[in-house]
Write a protein that binds this ligand. Sequence first.
Ligand SMILES: C[S@@+](CC[C@H](N)C(=O)[O-])C[C@H]1O[C@@H](n2cnc3c(N)ncnc32)[C@H](O)[C@@H]1O
Length: 365
Amino acid sequence: MIKAGRSKEEILKYVSEEIYEIAYARYLAMNKISFYDKIYSDLDGIRKYATYEDVAKYKAKRLKCDIIADLGCGVGIQLIFFARECNFVYGVEINEKRYKYCIKNLRKMGLKNFEIIHGDALSKEVYERIKDVDIIFSDPSREIKGEIKMEYLSPNPIKIYEMYKSKTDNFAFDLPVQIRKEKIPFDCELEYQAYFKEPFRATAYLGELKKCEKSVVILPYNIRLEYNESLDRDLKPTDEIKSYIYLLNRTINLADLIPEAVEYLRTNYKNIYLIYRDKRRCLLTSDDYFKSEIVECYEVLKTCKENELKECLEKVNAKKVYLRFEVDPNKYYEIKRSLERGLRGKEKIYIFKIKDKYILTKKLY
Ligand SMILES: C[S@@+](CC[C@H](N)C(=O)[O-])C[C@H]1O[C@@H](n2cnc3c(N)ncnc32)[C@H](O)[C@@H]1O
């Protein structure tokens, strides 16, 4: 009924509020989890918190050990994947409804190697119930929007670390992907995770789990780049626009691992150069056409000055234009419409801008 677009009031004539909420959560989980039709959850448990299956699988493989504890386990999506990799898992959840759903979810998946504890992960009672543990994991919820501070996360990773460090040195904390490494008060590896093109989470790995200072992983492709201190971090952009523009995956730019990405691409394609970078995008250029999961590729059709834009758009047979440079978001559609006015061509044209040059391109992938 939800899929068919029936209203909540109408559906509630047939089922209880709780059943409605579980059904809605399953509907929202459709694009995150393959077993969405078996999940018990409240709406926030899926909408705000639950991890994508590919990300959860990746993390469970990286954190494979004998015993792991997930402090603030929600309805247990990540925990299901831990339980498939580890010998035993503890889950701790403060919200009673999610605690009950979590037990149901693990049972429904046929798992038996778990203990779910209802309570505050930072309380003495919970601390004492977690006996031997190899890794403490936590994916805290964010209490306050805007600035990202450890104090705004619940359970607070700093307090978790202080309390549980007598049990293990190995911690992994999921953090909002916008976090900067300087803000994290731990000696850790900060791994940024992208799900396809979109930045998704960042995970701080402590103790023996730390493999390097910083890394990025692009899922579901499993492409991992690690910070390499021997690389020149001050890459100078070239001035020469070549036949193709490659737009680098945003998460790599966010993680500030551009030299590592260029090095990665150069192992197969030697002639690739940085041409532009700002906070939002990093552009590379090459005369070679190649395919890679860490870039989008655009063929350069023309370059021109601002006053030649309309004329050049006609020459490249444009119909629609997409701006791929910094513009005031309130003016984006106004500029787009004014450029599209009068165009009679067939092509979708993507426009990049470097200094005062506009680059008219066609997207290849
Ligand atoms: C982001 S969600 C976890 C989602 C989970 N990783 C998943 O994949 O389904 C964080 C959870 O931590 C719980 N939580 C917050 N503070 C807590 C505390 N002090 N002790 C235990 N659980 C807590 C919240 O109720 C919430 O369900």
